[in-house]
Write a protein that binds this ligand. Structure first.
Ligand code: G1P
Length: 310
């Protein structure tokens, strides 16, 4: 059997501080983008990519995620009895998606940092290659981003990082890969990641976005890092440190993802994502586009009242 990936982890224990106060009571993963919460876009992407074992790593205050994916036969029966078939079907479809992805939930335990949920999941899933997708990114792509990563893994049998071309000024927000070789079709051999460099120090024009194929070798490095977490910068365990430790001597690849990428983890980009999905909606899009044109002309303010010209 050629190597492939059936398991995926979505770390969803973060506080979503950049979106406060929106995320005070609502997990950032449950904020809507288009007509679905952010995390449902990710789960759909994973299921469409053949993933059959999804672990969502949560913390306190995230029960809405579970509620969203849990079957609710009482609600469905009520909707059907009321003749509201389309709503009943929509509710059942989400539960069916969760069933296909065999979603399980884990509580995050351990030191702060984005390496911890990955290690928690590895303890649960066993040391097998797995996809790790941050819950902030939403992709619109002909071939799902997860599928593009899986293909790169199948071709290389090595860890793979999802990359996107980046504006140089954005390097302070991302891990930036050191590229050794361009193998074509967006596949790059990389030798490490520089975390959030100044633009002048950025080793390439790509950003590592929240998507990784993590192999047992990287998990081993994470274990090593976690054992010494108190020696680390900020006392946190970072996936990047484990990837860099692994990459010194062993092959790691980057896959430049083809598709449109929306970051939903900060207010400005979240609004962009919401607007893009709203405008593209087959049913509501045309009305919203008309409204956007009107608002763009300054005829109305966002509150719906007339703007008084100065
Ligand atoms: C993390 C990673 C960084 C990556 C980013 C993508 O940073 O450490 O390499 O570019 O996610 O969202 P964070 O945003 O958690 O600080």
């Amino acid at each position: 059997m050629p190597p492939t990936i059936r398991r995926a982890v979505i770390p969803a224990a973060g506080l979503g501080s950049r979106l406060l106060p929106l995320t005070k009571a609502t997990p950032k993963e449950m904020l809507p983008v288009g007509d679905k919460p952010v995390i449902e876009h990710t789960v759909r992407e994973l299921v469409a990519s053949g993933i059959t074992d999804i672990t969502i790593v949560v913390s306190g205050g995230k029960s809405l995620i579970q509620d969203h994916f849990r079957p609710n036969p009482v609600l469905v029966d009520q909707l059907r009895a009321d003749g509201k078939t389309a709503y009943a079907d929509a509710v059942e479809e989400v539960a069916e998606l969760a069933r296909q992805g065999h979603i399980t939930y884990l509580d995050q335990h351990g030191p702060y940092g984005n390496g911890t949920p990955v290690l928690n999941a590895a303890r649960h899933l066993g040391d097998e290659p797995m996809l790790v997708l941050w819950p902030d990114d939403v992709f619109v792509a002909e071939v799902p981003r997860a599928q593009q990563l899986i293909r790169a893994y199948e071709a290389t049998n090595c860890p793979v990082l999802a990359l996107m071309p980046m504006d140089p000024g954005d390097s302070r927000r991302y891990g930036v890969p050191v590229v050794k070789e361009d193998l074509g079709d967006g596949l790059l051999r990389i030798v490490g990641l520089v975390e959030k460099p100044e633009p002048a120090d950025a080793p390439s024009a790509y950003a590592a976005i929240g998507g990784y194929v993590i192999t047992p070798g990287i998990i081993e490095e994470l274990r090593e890092q976690t054992g010494r977490w108190h020696e680390h910068r900020d006392g946190e365990v970072y996936l990047t440190d484990a990837i860099n430790a692994y990459a010194s001597g062993r092959a790691v690849y980057g896959q430049v993802i083809s598709g449109r990428w929306y970051d939903t983890g900060n207010p400005a980009d979240y609004l962009v994502a919401q607007m893009a999905f709203a405008l593209a909606h087959p049913e509501y899009g045309p009305v919203l586009r008309r409204l956007a044109r009107e608002l763009g002309d300054g005829e109305h303010s966002a509150s719906g009242t007339e703007t008084v010209p100065a």
